[in-house]
Design a binder for this molecule. Structure first.
Ligand SMILES: Cc1ncc(COP(=O)(O)O)c(C=O)c1O
Length: 340
């Protein structure tokens, strides 16, 4: 669906707008009070997600951020540490919510390539036997946003699971990981005790994330959702869009091809700024120095991006970006400013 304001919006895959089919499904949705477990459309979405990722039960939640906070409360025991990558969303992009919502401390490990070295996690566990803070869970992010949408090698996820601690998989972009790796969502989620995926990113639903795990753990997560004020009422209206979103997973392959094309254009204009071979999915991070001049240049050409850090610009492809949009962005990149 083209941008109604004629822009090429590459700021995030969260800018997608619901499709006509989603809006129709929302208008027609059968609803009930989900606080009483009485919304049939929500039940269908939760069951569909649980089946897709090979778990017993599912839970619809308002956002990926709330899913991570629920996971911290459900898996992280007070007075313990949760082990995670240094630049994961739960660490850097949730306004340090772990400190106020939970009684656990996050311990972080290098995740430059998007993954964490399982050996380092094992080492922490061994040190914990000698009096270091005890770990209660491991959080991983796949695909890893700050690393540029990198996909975890599946064997590595299994190595993390083999450590024996509960694993939360922040799969906001689990679908992208599945499509890029050729493994099914269930195969990608198999190493995880608890898994989350977002419906409101590349799949285009307006709102919502889904979690899945064993029935007991989902019952606990449901309570934590309530504690955080995330219980909703006739929310089948949103779940209906989520069900349509689940039928769109295959389309993400197009986003990945377009992201690679953008990366190639950026690498031609600024050699060394990005390695297109490392663009696994739909996120492109271009190391350019001060992002402001490039962002202003792009905006003047009707192309929106965001700073990925103090020294990078981030482009994200999604359902509302087509080949013509990529061509327009490439033209703007081709006469972009010198790096600072
Ligand atoms: C990896 C990851 N986890 C969690 C979230 C949070 O999702 P939401 O924006 O729905 O709170 C995001 C959002 O971009 C994300 O990229």
């Amino acid at each position: 669906m083209p941008d109604p304001r004629g822009r090429v919006d590459l700021r995030s895959d969260t800018v997608t707008r619901p499709t006509v089919a989603m809006r129709e499904a929302m208008a027609a949705a059968e609803v009930g009070d989900d606080g009483f477990g009485d919304d049939p459309t929500v039940r269908r979405l939760e069951a569909a997600f649980a089946e897709l990722v090979g778990k017993d039960a599912g839970l619809f939640v308002p956002s990926g951020t709330m899913a991570n906070q629920i996971a911290l409360r459900a898996l992280g025991r007070p007075g313990t540490v949760v082990l995670c990558g240094r630049r994961q969303h739960v660490v850097v992009r949730e306004v340090a919510a772990a400190g106020t919502n939970t009684a656990v401390q996050l311990v972080t490990f290098d995740d430059d390539d998007g993954t964490v070295d399982p050996g380092e996690l094992v080492r922490w566990q061994a040190d914990a036997q000698q009096g270091w803070a005890p770990p209660s869970a491991i959080f991983v992010e796949d695909t890893h946003g700050e690393a540029g949408g990198r996909v975890w090698p599946l064997e590595r996820l299994h190595e993390v699971a083999a450590i024996g601690l509960p694993v939360h998989l922040d799969g906001a972009r689990l679908w992208n990981a599945a499509v890029a790796s050729g493994a099914s969502p269930a195969e990608r989620a198999a190493p995880a005790t608890l898994v989350t995926a977002c419906l409101s990113k590349g799949l285009g639903a307006p709102v919502g994330s889904v979690m899945a795990a064993s029935a007991d753990l989902v019952a606990l997560a449901r309570l934590e959702r309530k504690r955080l004020g995330g219980t909703m009422r006739q929310v089948g209206i949103l779940a209906a869009a989520g069900l349509v979103a689940l039928d769109r997973i295959d389309r993400l392959a197009d986003d990945h091809v377009r992201a690679r094309t953008l990366a190639e254009g950026a690498a031609r204009r600024w050699p060394g700024s990005v390695d297109p071979e490392l663009v696994d999915t739909n996120i492109v991070r271009v190391e350019i120095g001060d992002p402001a001049p490039l962002l202003a240049h792009l905006a003047a050409a009707g192309v929106l991006a965001v700073s990925g850090s103090a020294t990078s610009v981030r482009f994200v492809t999604h359902a509302d970006v087509d080949d013509a949009d990529v061509e327009r962005a490439l033209a703007a990149i081709a006469d972009g400013p010198e790096p600072t």
